[in-house]
Design a protein around this ligand. Structure first.
Ligand code: NZQ
Ligand code: ZN
Length: 385
């Protein structure tokens, strides 16, 4: 196992009725900015519960944070925080609202150009407003991690940043707040969480038994409860297990002491930046082909994945690896997530464009061994056509 330092400071309030915990988390004299998306929280009653919990506190609101939160949508929220002397931010929504709130929290006290905080991947962040969240879409793990992904459509960019300062102070995870999700977003959440585990697990062995078994159990849970929670969105137990699986997939523990990949995400972000494809869908396009392209360097973990996640024990090594990759592809397809570029009306023409964009940003050697060159990224995307 590799050395690691682990610290996750986010307090989680999980379960029915937990939105009321906001009242004990945010000081009564706080000046709060409530950040939200396009209105789903008004339709499903979450907004009313949040307002009740906030009571008499001074609250300003900023709505309209879109999927793949945009810099230009978030900057007015930064302005409100500065002019209204906001000292707490409460994000109510999916990963996009939470990620957007992390950017706002970091940008408010920052003197320089806020975009530079994203451009340098968060390394200039030295302080941030305190953040609380109410999660309405299980997928990203943003509710309990230090990452955020910000888009800037005016520049066709989508970039991640990380900083320990933007960990939420607390997050409310009420599975009932997710009952109103359309099937497409539930499927996206399952697919995103599954890929988060794969990016941290399917690399090479480092004798990290706890991390491996935890990763494998999250995958098995997602495979089991994914179809159930899609078929019956109001089955509380199935949805509760999805919510907790998605949080566990990217709150740090699975990834401690092990190598990370993240190349499916880096390539996928380019597909979203250029073509607006939902985040999880980009992963479904990239990951199966990437695993196939990396079958030599990921060999031992692919065999372990085949046996422990998919119970594949028949055939020689190559056949078992192929079967595991095929099962992965079919899992996404079974959720209603197409896995080919052509399903999104794209062709192999995107391949060289994306490889060149990544290389131009210093990502010319990605993956756990830094062996994914622009040529190999292009080949992976051509295979995805
Ligand atoms: O805007 P509203 O009206 O809220 O509608 C949203 C949005 O249209 C809707 N929705 C959310 N909760 C709902 C609901 N509709 C009905 N009922 C509810 N309870 O769902 C739509 C999509 O929401 P979004 O927040 O965009 O989805 P998701 O949670 O999948 O977040 C995706 C973003 O997170 C980033 C992605 O790149 C993408 O920008 N990621 C963040 C990560 C992190 N912070 O660690 C890691 C991930 O890999 C990912 O990159
Ligand atoms: Zn993701």
């Amino acid at each position: 196992m590799e050395n690691f330092t682990f610290h996750n400071p986010t307090r989680i309030h999980f379960g029915r009725g937990q939105i009321e915990k906001i009242s004990s988390e945010i000081p009564v004299d706080a000046r709060v900015l409530l950040l939200a998306g396009g209105g789903s929280i008004k339709a499903n009653g979450v907004y009313d519960q949040v307002k009740t919990a906030l009571g008499e506190r001074t609250v300003h609101e900023h709505w309209g944070v879109e999927a793949n939160p945009d810099y230009d949508t978030l900057m007015p929220a930064v302005k409100i925080c500065r002019t209204e002397h906001i000292d707490w931010v409460l994000a109510v929504g999916g990963g996009s609202v939470l990620d957007g709130a992390k950017f706002v929290c970091a940008a408010v006290p920052y003197d320089g150009d806020p975009w530079s905080l994203v451009e340098d991947f968060g390394s200039s962040i030295t302080s941030a407003l305190p953040l609380g969240t109410v999660l309405t879409l299980p997928a990203t793990g943003s509710e309990a991690n230090s990452a955020s992904v910000i888009s800037r459509r005016a520049m066709s960019l989508k970039l991640p940043f990380m900083s320990p300062f933007v960990f939420p102070k607390f997050s409310v995870l009420d599975p009932e707040a997710t009952f109103s999700l359309p099937p497409r977003q539930v499927a996206n959440g399952i697919g995103d969480a599954f890929c988060h585990v794969i990016e941290q697990y399917l690399t090479y062995p480092t004798n990290a038994a706890v991390q491996d078994e935890f990763a494998e159990s999250i995958c098995r849970v997602l495979i089991e409860i994914g179809p159930k929670t899609l078929a019956d969105p109001k089955d509380y137990d199935a949805r509760a297990n999805l919510v907790w699986a998605a949080t566990c997939a990217l709150q740090g523990i699975v990834g401690t002491g092990v190598p990370h990949d993240w190349s499916s995400h880096m390539i996928g972000h380019e597909l979203t930046a250029l073509h607006g494809i939902d985040h999880a869908r980009t992963l479904a396009i990239v990951m199966p082909n990437l695993l196939d392209a990396q079958r030599v360097t990921k060999r031992e973990k692919l065999l372990q994945y085949a046996e422990r996640v998919w119970q594949i024990t028949e055939g020689d090594d190559e056949a078992r690896i192929s079967a595991a990759i095929q099962h992965t592809r079919e899992f996404y397809e079974s959720l209603g997530i197409p896995t080919r570029l052509q399903d999104y009306e794209l062709t192999a023409d995107v391949a060289p464009v994306i490889a060149a964009r990544l290389a131009g940003r210093g990502m010319g050697a990605i993956g756990e061994r830094g062996d994914l060159t622009p040529e190999r990224i292009e080949a992976i995307l051509r295979a995805a056509a």
